[in-house]
Design a protein around this ligand. Structure first.
Ligand code: PLP
Length: 413
């Protein structure tokens, strides 16, 4: 007869009163990840997440990769592996960087669990509470989360359609002695804006003169819909730029494989931080990416994604022109996943989101991308994830909301 063990709950146990670190207790949930919960409800059309198109995942090829890996690498594919990442994948990432004019060798590359981890690791390496980070304005919400977690303070540099207004940078650097300049230089999340070449040159020049590292978070530059590829900040600036990459938008985010490309002499710092975080990136999915690359499939796959997203961008812009009041201004991104929208001054995208949710359509409010919580009249739309039919229907629904609630909205329909 087995004895039943009854766990008594001692009278004073109260987990919510345990003494958490203040920065964790104060951490806000990512608004986008919160929206994802609503977005999965039936009938909801979501333009909120930054999700790739599910129908573009190369499932059959991935199935082949899984079998190839087990045949070829056997138990190694299931084993612990090096903190810097598996060597052939690092070499392959370095080779792809060289094709884009970024001089790189294996020693420059550390494989991460996505670009988000790369960003958090960079923050751990550089930021003590109170340290200053210079960011674009608006900037990527996941970077704000990482910087807030480490209690960074911000200096913002505004943008126009050619990216960060780098003329304002020197004064900011001299005034606040930043640790980092953080930038999403190409098809920015959230705005879709790409920094123009002369600004890129000026940025690396200023950063080099002051010896302030630029973190170029670059998930999107290969998702170009038109024009020639723009020279990357790292190709221009070399070691002054630490570039963060990811296979999330090129292959599949669930694999969680990204990388840091930085100066070889500081990579051991990242290696140690990686050991503290999670020892190493997922061995099996590193091999999956490697197999996909070695079979020469990635470039063709990226071409397919570019064609698909470019058509969706065009469709969304066409629908917006048809259904939104003219007072709603949008960007026209040449690549990436996002459109950035501006309502007339004084309108609140957060208030309008409640009406949008009633219509079962969502977007992300612009406030999420402004570390100071401003940008009330702005919001972001994702065009990669929804089907063509849902893009038109969702924009129609938003058009109804704006038509009914924006000043003069109904007249411009
Ligand atoms: C600018 C930027 N950085 C980092 C990430 C995180 O990407 P990953 O899935 O590789 O962690 C994203 C994802 O949307 C992003 O837009």
């Amino acid at each position: 007869m087995s004895a039943e063990i009854v766990m008594e709950k001692p009278g004073k146990t109260s987990p919510k009163d345990w003494r958490f670190t203040p920065h964790v207790a104060e951490l806000e949930a990512s608004i986008i990840r919160e929206m994802l919960k609503f977005s999965s409800l039936p009938g909801v059309i979501s333009f909120a997440g930054g999700l790739p198109a599910p129908e573009m995942f190369p499932l059959e090829e991935m199935k082949t990769s899984c079998a190839n890996i087990i045949d070829r690498y056997g138990s190694d594919s299931m084993q612990y592996s090096l903190s810097m990442g598996i060597t052939p994948l690092r070499e392959a990432i370095a080779a792809r960087a060289n094709e884009r004019g970024i001089k790189s060798v294996c020693a420059n590359i550390l494989v991460t669990s996505g670009a988000q981890q790369a960003l958090e690791m960079v923050t751990r390496v550089f930021i003590d509470p109170g340290d200053v980070v210079i960011t674009e304005y608006p900037t990527y919400v996941g970077a704000i989360q990482a910087f807030n977690y480490h209690r960074a303070t911000y200096e913002y540099v505004s943008m126009d359609s050619d990216g960060m207004l780098v003329d304002q940078l020197e004064e900011r650097i001299e005034r606040c002695n930043p640790k980092l300049i953080y930038i999403v230089s190409t098809y920015q999340n959230p705005s879709g804006i790409t920094m123009a070449l002369p600004r890129r040159r000026k940025l690396v020049d200023i950063a080099s003169r002051h010896n302030i590292p630029i973190i170029d978070d670059d998930p999107y530059s290969e998702l170009r819909f038109e024009g020639d590829p723009i020279t990357s900040l790292k190709a221009l600036g070399g070691d002054i730029v630490i570039s963060l990459g990811t296979f999330s938008k090129l292959l599949a985010p669930g694999l969680r494989i990204g990388w840091i490309n930085g100066p070889s002499e500081i990579m051991p710092l990242f290696e140690r931080v990686k050991q503290v975080s999670d020892l190493h990136a997922n061995t099996f999915t590193q091999y999956m990416v490697l197999d996909f690359l070695e079979r020469g499939l990635l470039d063709g796959h990226i071409d397919n994604i570019r064609a698909d997203y470019s058509a969706k961008r065009d469709l969304m812009i066409k629908a917006i022109k048809e259904y939104f009041p003219q007072s709603v201004k949008i960007t026209h991104p040449a690549g990436g996943l996002f459109l950035w929208c501006e309502l007339p001054e004084g309108c609140d995208a957060r208030e309008l989101l409640d009406y949008a949710i009633e219509e079962k359509v969502t977007y992300v409010v612009g406030k999420a991308f402004h570390p100071d919580g401003s940008g009330e009249n702005t919001f972001r739309l994702n065009f990669s994830n929804a089907s063509h039919e849902s893009i038109v229907e969702g924009i129609k629904r938003l058009g109804r909301v704006f038509g009914a609630h924006l000043p003069g909205g109904e007249m411009s329909q």
